[in-house]
Design a binder for this molecule. Structure first.
Ligand code: TRP
Length: 335
């Protein structure tokens, strides 16, 4: 039987899941695990580029795993693991680095941005981020990598390194992975501050988190940026207002959206009413996630079991690749 195509993606262990992450990525992961052989991992090796404290590292990784599980990733359907549970990734990273060149690494946009943001910590790990990412992907021989726009260049580097390896050793060993977006319905969720997308770096009140309690959600939404209201029938919506409607569309029933559209178009809308409704619908949407996050947080045994089970599956698969890689390069068989 033809093997299913392998889908793989890495998750940065930074902070809590918000609605933007959910509708922009996680919801698709949850669907992909039904149809593909999926590998999803928490990129904890990568997080060392910013030197986290050991306690924070552990805590963040655990929290991120919990929230992704709560959001619907299923350890029975997908292989969920920590990057650092496959130390062979570091070995492959070393091999790839031997054929990665300073010039090409320095040209990567994410590197340039990070170097600008943290000028006192431009470490070699930051520079070689693309080779580590390539190792993550090709060690599982992934075909498809669901990533956002900001990761496309890194993925292009992975393609380069996979091709380079194949070419160098005259083999057709690593698949050349492609970016993958499942369906067309990726929704870009705006933030609450009137412009741009939802994100945690945009400041406190901008993002709504899945774990958040109703009181705090209400407070954030009531504070969302609006204006003094429409003055002409059917006038186009300014960005902050459009943003509230975009949120309403993902969490509310169609007749609710229609009701407020009508009120907007005939200039009788009261933004306070719109926000109250939006807050209640957001809360109804996030409440089951928040509940599940609480449950999972209290069940350490289960979380450890998920980690162990994922590590075992992911490692076995990675080891198959690495045995071949060592043989192809000319090293002795050690595992
Ligand atoms: N670089 C990705 C990000 O910043 C995370 C990541 C690490 C990743 N390794 C990966 C994504 C492998 C896809 C595949 O979001």
């Amino acid at each position: 039987m033809e093997k299913k195509e392998i889908v793989l993606s890495g998750i940065r262990p930074t902070g809590h899941l918000h609605l933007g992450n959910y509708f922009g990525a996680v919801k698709n992961f949850v669907k992909m695990q039904e149809t593909n052989e999926c590998y999803f991992f928490i990129a904890d090796y990568h997080s060392l580029t910013t030197h986290p404290h050991p306690d924070n590292l552990q805590g963040n990784v655990r929290q991120v795993l919990i929230e992704y599980l709560a959001a619907g990733l299923d350890p029975e359907k997908a292989t969920l693991y920590l990057q650092s549970d496959i130390p062979e990734t570091a070995e492959l990273y070393l091999f790839l680095n031997m054929n990665a060149y300073l010039g090409e690494l320095e040209r990567v946009t994410t590197f340039k941005e990070k170097a600008r943001k943290q000028p006192n910590n431009v470490n070699a790990g930051l520079l070689t981020y693309p080779t580590l990412m390539a190792a993550d992907i090709i060690i599982q021989k992934a075909h498809k990598v669901p990533v956002g726009k900001d990761q496309e260049q890194n993925l292009e580097m992975t393609r380069t390194y996979a091709r380079r390896f194949n070419h160098m050793y005259g083999v057709d060993f690593f698949p050349i992975p492609t970016a993958y977006n499942f369906g067309e319905e990726l929704v870009k969720i705006p933030g609450l501050d009137g412009s741009g997308k939802m994100g945690k770096s945009e400041g406190e009140g901008n993002a709504i988190f899945l774990y958040e309690d109703p009181k705090s959600i209400r407070k954030k939404i009531m504070k969302a940026v609006t204006d003094s209201g429409p003055t002409e029938m059917n006038q186009p919506k300014p960005e902050p207002i459009q943003n509230l409607f975009t949120l309403l569309k993902v969490v509310s029933k169609p007749d609710v959206v229609e009701y407020f559209e009508e009120k907007y178009n005939n200039c009788t809308i009261r933004y306070g009413d719109l926000k109250k409704q939006l807050a209640e619908d957001v809360i109804a949407f996030t409440a089951p996630f928040a509940e599940r996050i609480k449950e999972l947080s209290a069940d350490n045994e289960y979380i450890l079991k998920v980690m162990d089970q994922g590590a075992e599956k992911a490692r076995a698969h990675a080891l198959e690749t690495m045995r071949e890689v060592r043989r192809i390069i000319g090293f002795r068989k050690i595992y």
